[in-house]
Design a protein around this ligand. Structure first.
Ligand SMILES: NC(=O)c1ccc[n+]([C@@H]2O[C@H](COP(=O)([O-])OP(=O)(O)OC[C@H]3O[C@@H](n4cnc5c(N)ncnc54)[C@H](O)[C@@H]3O)[C@@H](O)[C@H]2O)c1
Length: 255
């Protein structure tokens, strides 16, 4: 198995892609600390998984103390942290309708960009002295190209693509900086994927059809198809891969 004897910390693990990553990492032999702010979702994951190698932690990635505590929880299990997967994320649609444009921008940047920064900072504090580790960031095709005007998701001011672009650049900057110390840092950029994040938009048949049409493969992705590439990048099979961004998008960004 790819991740036997690895200790992995996965944020946003109560739902969607992060949950699929937790399940895939367990299948690959890892010990997993699944972090989220959604306690009920973590309980559900634990109930569905029933594996002694799964541990859960309440962690708000926007809080430095939470980031540090969840890294320490992972360390307490096996004395080291081999992988961090940064999957926690929100869109402006997560916020209440009364939030104004500045509140939306701040909140999305806080979770999607600062959250990755704080978690990576805490993880690197233990990975660098160990001379070993892998970080995989969940970015998005929208961190690489602009939103298509045929979709009603952006007025040009939406923070989602801004935040994902910031993490693309964190991946390159940290990847280049820490590669020689044995820590690999990569990103996966999914196309549109079925998860609670996209549930309300795929509920609109016209928007759903357009979302599928925009991918050359003619469909959206499943969380498990993203988790497979995350597991590869976290494993020693990707030992010469760092500072890179991997589209997992059915061909979307090749057009
Ligand atoms: N679903 C897609 O189409 C898609 C496409 C590209 C990229 N992504 C990215 O993949 C990642 C996972 O998305 P998903 O589809 O699984 O979404 P999701 O909504 O299903 O899961 C996101 C999880 O993050 C958690 N979370 C939110 N704020 C948090 C915080 N402050 N601290 C800790 N946890 C927090 C939520 O509770 C939730 O469990 C996100 O970063 C998202 O931007 C998703």
């Amino acid at each position: 198995m790819k991740l036997t004897d690895s200790v992995a910390l996965i944020t946003g693990a109560a739902s969607g892609i992060g949950k699929a990553c937790a399940q895939r990492f367990l299948e690959e032999g890892a010990t997993v600390v699944a972090c989220d702010i959604d306690g009920a979702g973590l309980e559900q994951l634990a109930a569905e998984t029933i594996q002694s190698s799964l541990h859960t932690a309440h962690c708000d990635v926007t809080k430095r103390a939470d980031a540090e505590a969840s890294v320490q929880q992972a360390i307490s299990l096996g004395g080291r942290l081999d992988c961090l997967v940064n999957s926690a994320g929100i869109t402006p649609r997560t916020l209440p309708p009364e939030a104004d444009f500045e509140e939306r921008w701040d909140a999305v940047m806080e979770v999607n960009a600062k959250g990755v920064f704080l978690m990576s900072y805490a993880a690197l504090a233990v990975m660098r002295p160990a001379g070993r580790g892998a970080i995989v960031n969940l970015v998005s095709i929208m961190g690489m190209v602009g939103y298509p005007t045929s979709l009603p998701f952006s007025d040009g001011f939406t923070a989602y693509p801004h935040s994902k672009g910031a993490v693309v650049q964190m991946t390159r900057e940290m990847g280049v900086r820490f590669g020689a110390e044995g820590v690999r840092i990569n990103a996966v950029a999914p196309g549109f994927v079925y998860s609670p994040l996209t549930e309300n938009v795929v509920g609109n048949p016209e928007v759903h059809a357009e979302m599928k049409r925009l991918h050359p493969m003619g469909r959206m992705g499943q969380p498990e198809e993203i988790a497979a590439v995350v597991a590869f990048l976290a494993s020693d099979d990707a030992s010469f891969v760092t500072a890179s961004v991997w589209p997992v998008d059915g061909g979307y960004t090749a057009q």
